[in-house]
Design a protein around this ligand. Structure first.
Ligand SMILES: Nc1ncnc2c1ncn2[C@@H]1O[C@H](COP(=O)(O)OP(=O)(O)O)[C@@H](O)[C@H]1O
Ligand SMILES: [Mg+2]
Length: 256
C-alpha cells in the first residue's frame, strides 16, 4: 500500500487536459521522479496533489481520502511542496523564512502566541533540523539577496522540510544550478528518504534524477507514458519521441 495513492487524477484547464487520468502509488520512503517535456503537466500534477487547483479523481494519503480537502489541510496531513519560482521573503533572514513555514496555524499555537508571542520551541527545532539537513546552517542569518541562486534553492527545500512533512514534492529544484551545485543538492536530497520521508522530484536534470530516484514516471500531455528506472525510461522510444523537438530535452548525456 502506498503512502500516496492516486486514481484517475485529472485537471482540466478549458480545453486542455493538463493532467489526464493519472493513477499511481508511491510507497512510504520511496524517492520517485516525475519527468516530461515542458508543458507536460508536471507542475499541475503537484498543484493537484497539494490542493492548489481543482481536480477530479482520488488522492489518498496515508490511507485517507484527501481529494476534497483544501490545501492547508493537506499540508497539515503531511504533504509539503516547493515552487518552480523561488519566492522567499526578501526582508526576512533565511531562518525567519523557515520559521514562517514551520509554525503550524493550529488553535494551540495561536493560543500560545497570545500568551507568549514567540516562535514555539518545536517550530524552532524543526527549523534548525531543516537547515542542518540541507547543510545551510551558516546561512541562517543572511537574507536571500545575500546568497547565490544555488543556495537559495536549498533554502526553498529546507523551507518545505521545516513543516516536518511526511512527503515532499519538489518542482525543479535544480533549475539554474551548475553541475556541482546540482550534485550537492542530490546528496542532500538522498538523505531525506534516509530520514524516513517520501519524495517526489520533478526535474529536467537527468543526472540528478538518475542519481536519486528509485522509480521514474514520464508524463506527456498529462498522461503517464512510461515508468521504471531512470535508465529504462530514458531508453524507451515513447519517451525519446515525447522529448523530440522539445527545447528542454532531458540532458541524457549527463546520465552516469
Ligand atoms: N493556470 C493555467 N491555466 C490554463 N492552462 C494552464 C495553466 N497552468 C498550466 N496550464 C497548461 O497546462 C499544461 C501543463 O502545464 P504545466 O503543468 O505548467 O507543465 P510543466 O510543469 O510540465 O511544464 C500546459 O499546456 C499549460 O499551458
Ligand atoms: Mg512546471
Amino acid at each position: 500500500m502506498g503512502l500516496l495513492e492516486l486514481s484517475a487524477l485529472t485537471v482540466q484547464y478549458g480545453g486542455v487536459r493538463a493532467v489526464d487520468a493519472v493513477s499511481l502509488d508511491v510507497p512510504e520512503g520511496a524517492f520517485v521522479g516525475l519527468i516530461g517535456p515542458n508543458g507536460a503537466g508536471k507542475t499541475t500534477f503537484i498543484d493537484a496533489v497539494t490542493g492548489l487547483v481543482p481536480a477530479s479523481g482520488s488522492v489518498r494519503f496515508d490511507d485517507r481520502e484527501i481529494a476534497r480537502l483544501p490545501a492547508h489541510r493537506r499540508a497539515r496531513a503531511g504533504l509539503a511542496r516547493t515552487f518552480q519560482s523561488i519566492e522567499l521573503f526578501d526582508d526576512l533572514t533565511v531562518r525567519e523564512n523557515l520559521l514562517v513555514a514551520a509554525e503550524r496555524a493550529s488553535w494551540l499555537s495561536m493560543l500560545r502566541a497570545m500568551v507568549r508571542p514567540a516562535p514555539s520551541p518545536d517550530a524552532e527545532e524543526r527549523v534548525e533540523r531543516a537547515l542542518d539537513c540541507l547543510g545551510i546552517t551558516d546561512l541562517a542569518e543572511h537574507t536571500p539577496d545575500e546568497i547565490s541562486l544555488g543556495r537559495r534553492k536549498l533554502v526553498t527545500v529546507a523551507r518545505a522540510l521545516a513543516a516536518d512533512p511526511r512527503m515532499v514534492l519538489l518542482d525543479e529544484p535544480a533549475a539554474g544550478l551548475d553541475s556541482t551545485e546540482s550534485a550537492e543538492l542530490g546528496r542532500r536530497l538522498r538523505q531525506l528518504t534516509g530520514d524516513g520521508r517520501t519524495v517526489l522530484l520533478v526535474d529536467h536534470d537527468m543526472g540528478l534524477v538518475s542519481s536519486v530516484c528509485d522509480h521514474v514516471y514520464v508524463l506527456d500531455f498529462g498522461r503517464i507514458i512510461a515508468e521504471g528506472t531512470a535508465a529504462t525510461v530514458l531508453r524507451d522510444p515513447r519517451v525519446v519521441t515525447a522529448y523530440l523537438g522539445s527545447e528542454t530535452g532531458p540532458s541524457v548525456e549527463r546520465v552516469p
